[in-house]
Design a protein around this ligand. Structure first.
Ligand SMILES: Cc1cc2nc3c(=O)[nH]c(=O)nc-3n(C[C@H](O)[C@H](O)[C@H](O)COP(=O)(O)O)c2cc1C
Length: 110
């Protein structure tokens, strides 16, 4: 059984919804056991009990939130030495208007 931990931070619910959808999808795959936890409720030391680690964050000023960045910095640097490199995936949720505006500009070659 492959054990996967999905951790997220969400202030307005979008990243939580994305994380729940990911959980739903992963639960359909045989041989995978998934846990979903909010960042503030998870002891990051326990991630060594998992085979992979997914982290969800709202995009705040072009990147993950300060607490997600802090958690990643604190945990993953040391975990890399346990052979964890490549077993972490980060997903972000954005404001659609900002993305759609960027795409519009690209299409118009502005
Ligand atoms: C302080 C702050 C900064 C943000 N910065 C960006 C940004 O740089 N780019 C973007 O596309 N959305 C930005 N957003 C919008 C959020 O990324 C978006 O609404 C996200 O889905 C919120 O996730 P949540 O509902 O899980 O909190 C920002 C929102 C906040 C509150």
């Amino acid at each position: 059984m492959v054990k996967i931990l999905v951790v997220f931070e969400s202030n307005y619910g979008n990243t939580k919804r994305a994380a729940e959808k990911i959980l739903e999808g992963l639960n359909e795959v045989d041989g995978i056991e998934v846990s979903l936890k909010e960042l503030k409720k998870v002891d990051l030391k326990t991630i060594l009990d998992y085979d992979a680690f997914l982290v969800g964050s709202p995009n705040h000023m072009g990147g993950p939130t300060r607490s997600i960045k802090g958690a990643l910095r604190a945990s993953l640097t040391s975990l890399a030495s346990y052979g964890w490199k490549g077993k972490c995936l980060l997903f972000l949720t954005h404001t659609w208007e900002r993305i759609s505006e960027k795409l519009r500009r690209k299409w118009r070659n502005e």
